[in-house]
Each structure stands twice: as structure tokens, then as C-alpha cells.
Design a protein. Structure first.
Length: 74
């Protein structure tokens, strides 16, 4: 096994920790942005549906058929 100085080992551990920390931080930022986008998209869809319902543009039969066609609530 090669001799590794204690200083080099400390630097390697520090770099490893820092890169893992930054990667996790960036991944969490991307996840939060996705969740915010999905929340806004679903709220917009709900608002549009409520507007259509308040105007009487959707009947009960239309709602049932569109519910079967659109199963993308996840």
C-alpha cells in the first residue's frame, strides 16, 4: 500500500465532503424547482376547471369522461 501523508488524506476527505455537499445541494434545488413547477401547473389546471364549472361549460358526463382520460395527477 502506498504511503499517503496525513495532510494529503485530510485534503482528499475535505474535497470529497465538499463535492458531495455541493452535489446534494444542487440536487435538492432542482427537486424543489420541479415540485414548485408541478404545484403551479396543477393549481392552474384546477383554476381552469373551476372557471369552466362556474361558467357551466362542463356537464357531469363531460367531467366523468375527462377524468378517465386524464390520469396525470402524479
Amino acid at each position: 500500500m502506498a504511503d499517503v501523508s496525513e495532510r494529503a488524506l485530510q485534503v482528499a476527505i475535505l474535497i470529497s465532503f465538499a463535492s458531495g455537499f455541493l452535489a446534494g445541494w444542487q440536487a435538492n434545488r432542482m427537486r424543489r424547482r420541479f415540485l414548485d413547477w408541478r404545484k403551479k401547473r396543477l393549481q392552474d389546471k384546477l383554476n381552469n376547471r373551476e372557471i369552466q364549472l362556474s361558467r357551466g361549460l362542463l356537464s357531469v358526463s363531460n367531467m366523468k369522461s375527462s377524468k378517465n382520460q386524464q390520469n396525470d395527477w402524479s
